[in-house]
Design a protein around this ligand. Structure first.
Ligand code: NAD
Ligand code: UFG
Length: 352
């Protein structure tokens, strides 16, 4: 029996594949590489010293998906495949609804056809919208503030309906807070296309010289130092949360949501300081206006995941920064090898 991992070549998927393989699970991976590289899967194989089948395939490809379920004995699915940029989703909502929502519908239909009813779904803290109260608990009101968030919220609702209609389903909705860091080896990590939207990859690209300086979006929030506060969680802790969720859904039925966060909030300036300490590099920054749609503070209550999944984040902020930096330093251009991709900024900053 194998676990089907959709989007397994992506940032969180690749780290979860390593953990699954290390724990002895057999896996099958589907990815269309719209936001990842096949090289990530090669490295997963090297790190785990295990082989597995991977398919360059869109989850919207019904025939292809059907064939995979026919050819492999799939026990459960971990579903990462999706588009994830908030800004992009506002510009191309149809692509987001098609890929994220239709993609999941296709997948679930195929699962049903092949009698596979165990699913771990990548949801997001974005489903809490602009929650005024922290720590955020799973029963808090849900809302969406952009099309990306709406695809997550709608998918959660679809999956709840699925269980209502057929109580043989077993579904874990994992609401991630802010994944950062990389595998200790520095061989796999986050490799965003273009200019990073998120804080940590932006900081690491400043440190390596691919970006000139960090722009901090607002310093007058009602927080300890005026900058935004988030719950950063090491991607390997997050990956291990998937194994715990898998163990849970293997042995029960139902649908339930779990926050995967540390329960601690760090400000942008605290993250910059922690990264500078971990890397020994200076991170120049300037302050700009608040980014539209940002909340001041967002951090999880991870109590439910601890109680029910027996999962708790272990890795602290310093290690998150060290691991993110090791990955960036060893792979200045992500999974691309061309050294000349590192920009002139790096040379002028004397970091290479
Ligand atoms: P990622 O972009 O690195 O990984 C997603 C993977 O899915 C990519 O490899 C991409 O090529 C693949 N993919 C996308 N659409 C596909 C399709 N139709 N068919 C096949 N493959 C497809 O993103 P990630 O950070 O690893 O996120 C994984 C999941 O977690 C996503 O669903 C994302 O929305 C969710 N999530 C991410 C974050 C975050 O900050 N990284 C936070 C909350 C939730
Ligand atoms: N920030 C900056 N400068 C940057 C990037 C970010 O100051 O260049 C600040 C933001 O204003 C925010 C903090 O750093 O205060 C974190 O921002 P991120 O973009 O890294 O993360 P968000 O919390 O805004 O959003 C992320 C994902 C969403 C997801 C959410 C909750 O991008 O998709 O976490 O999981 F919904």
């Amino acid at each position: 029996m194998a676990i089907l991992v959709t989007g397994g070549a992506g940032y969180i998927g690749s780290h979860t594949c390593v953990e699954l393989l290390n724990q002895g699970f057999d896996i099958v991976v589907i990815d269309n590489f719209s936001n990842s590289k096949p090289e990530a899967l090669e490295r997963v194989k090297q790190l785990s010293k295990r082989r597995f089948k991977s398919y360059s395939m869109n989850i919207l490809d019904s025939c292809g998906l059907d064939r995979i379920f026919q050819e492999h004995e799939i026990e459960a699915v971990i579903h990462f495949a999706g588009l994830k940029s908030v800004g992009e989703s506002a510009k191309m909502p149809l692509q987001y609804y098609h890929n994220n929502l239709n993609g999941t519908l296709h997948l679930c239909r195929m699962m049903e056809k092949h009698n596979v009813r165990k699913l771990v779904f990548s949801s997001s803290a974005t489903v809490y919208g602009h929650s005024e109260i922290c720590p955020i608990k799973e029963h808090f009101p849900l809302t969406a503030t952009n099309p990306y968030g709406r695809t997550k919220l709608m998918t959660e609702e679809v999956l709840r309906d699925l269980y209502q209609a057929d109580s043989r389903w077993s579904i874990a909705l994992l609401r991630y807070f802010n994944p950062v860091g990389a595998h200790k080896s520095g061989r796999i990590g986050e490799d965003p296309n273009g200019i990073p939207n998120n804080l940590m990859p932006y900081i690491t690209q400043v440190a390596i010289g691919r970006q000139e300086k960090l722009t901090i979006f607002g310093d007058s929030y009602n927080t300890k130092d005026g900058t935004g506060v988030r719950d950063y969680i090491h991607v390997v802790d997050l990956a291990r949360g998937h194994i715990k969720a898998l163990e849970k859904i293997r042995n029960s039925t139902g649908v339930d949501a779990y926050n995967l966060g540390t329960g601690k909030g760090y400000s942008v300036l605290e993250m910059v300081a922690a990264f500078e300490q971990a890397s020994g590099r200076n991170i120049p920054f300037s302050i700009a206006d608040n980014r539209p749609g940002d909340v001041a503070v967002c951090y999880a209550s991870p109590a439910k995941a601890k109680e029910i999944l027996d999962w708790e984040a272990q890795i602290d902020i310093q290690e998150m920064c060290e691991d993110a930096w090791r990955w960036q330093l060893q792979n200045p251009n992500g999974y691309e090898n061309e050294d000349n991709l590192v920009t002139l900024h790096a040379r002028s900053a004397n970091v290479i």
